[in-house]
Write a protein that binds this ligand. Structure first.
Ligand code: AMP
Length: 188
C-alpha cells in the first residue's frame, strides 16, 4: 500500500508545514484512520494506546475545522475531556503546538489549580478547552464555561475515565453540549 502523507489525508497547508517543522514525516496508523472521517464531520470511535500519535489524530482535523474569528468569552468550539491533570496539560500543549499557525487558543482546565486563573483564561476567549471531568462540571455550574457553542467533543482515554468513576460527570457534561455536535471517543 502506498504511504499517505498528511496532505493526502486532507490537512491544510499551514498544518502540514507546522508538522514538517515538528519533524513529523508521515502519519501514524491511527492518524491515517481518524483524520479523514473527523475532517468529514463524522463521529468516531478510536482504539489507540498512548504513544501511537492519537492526540494528533483528533487534534489536527478538529483544529482545522475550528470556526475562524475571535472566540466568545467562556464559549469554546471544542472540548477535550481527559482523565488526569497530567494528560490535560500534555494534550493542551499538543493543541498549542499544532494550532499556533492557525491562531487557535487552547486552555487546560483541571482540579487542583485555582479557579480564578482558569476563569480569567476562559473569559479572554478560547477555541479549545482541555479538561478533567470534575473541574469542567464545576465551571459549567459556575457559568464560567458555556458549552452551547460546541461543535465537537472528544473523550480521550474514555475507558480510563469510566474506570475512575467519572460516568455521571461525563453524562452531565454531554447533556450541556448541543445535540448536533461531533463526538470522538478514544480508548486504549
Ligand atoms: P500520543 O500517542 O498522542 O501521546 O503521541 C506520542 C508522541 O508521538 C508525541 O510525542 C507526538 O509528538 C509524537 N507524534 C505523533 N504523531 C507523530 C508523527 N506522525 N510522526 C512523528 N511523531 C509523532
Amino acid at each position: 500500500m502506498a504511504t499517505s502523507t498528511f496532505a493526502d489525508l486532507g490537512l491544510s497547508a499551514s498544518l502540514v508545514s507546522a508538522l514538517t517543522a515538528l519533524g513529523y514525516e508521515e502519519p501514524t496508523p491511527i492518524q491515517r484512520e481518524a483524520i479523514p472521517p473527523l475532517l468529514a464531520g463524522r463521529d468516531l470511535l478510536g482504539q489507540a494506546a498512548t504513544g501511537t500519535g492519537k492526540t494528533a489524530a483528533f487534534a489536527l482535523p478538529l483544529l482545522q475545522k475550528l470556526p475562524s474569528g475571535k472566540p466568545a468569552p467562556g464559549r469554546p468550539s471544542l472540548l477535550v475531556l481527559v482523565p488526569t491533570r497530567e494528560l490535560a496539560m500534555q494534550v493542551a500543549e499538543a493543541f498549542h503546538r499544532y494550532g499556533r499557525a492557525l491562531g487557535a487558543i487552547t486552555v487546560p482546565i483541571y482540579g487542583g489549580q485555582e479557579f480564578n486563573r482558569q476563569i480569567h483564561a476562559l473569559r479572554r476567549g478560547v477555541h479549545v478547552v482541555v479538561a478533567t471531568p470534575g473541574r469542567a462540571l464545576d465551571h459549567i455550574g459556575r457559568k464560567t464555561l458555556d458549552l452551547s457553542a460546541l461543535s465537537a467533543v472528544v473523550l480521550d482515554e474514555a475507558d480510563e475515565m469510566l474506570d475512575m468513576g467519572f460516568a455521571d460527570e461525563l453524562e452531565q457534561i454531554l447533556e450541556a453540549t448541543p445535540e448536533a455536535r461531533q463526538t470522538a471517543l478514544f480508548s486504549a
